[in-house]
Design a protein. Structure first.
Length: 54
């Protein structure tokens, strides 16, 4: 029973995996990345509309 719990904990922490020359992300890592990119694009759009960025 204890080994199953340990394996599940290790599996959850595996955010980035490299196999066969490809990089694989976990679902949570991908969601966090795209959420961060959306916030950055939102802020860039607001700054552009305010005239700070041109």
């Amino acid at each position: 029973m204890q080994t199953n719990r340990t394996q599940n904990i290790r599996k959850k922490k595996n955010i980035l995996r490299f196999e066969n020359g490809k990089i694989y992300f976990s679902k949570t890592a991908e969601r966090r990345f795209y959420f961060g990119m959306a916030i950055i694009m939102l802020l860039a759009g607001m700054l552009y509309k305010l005239g700070v960025l041109q």
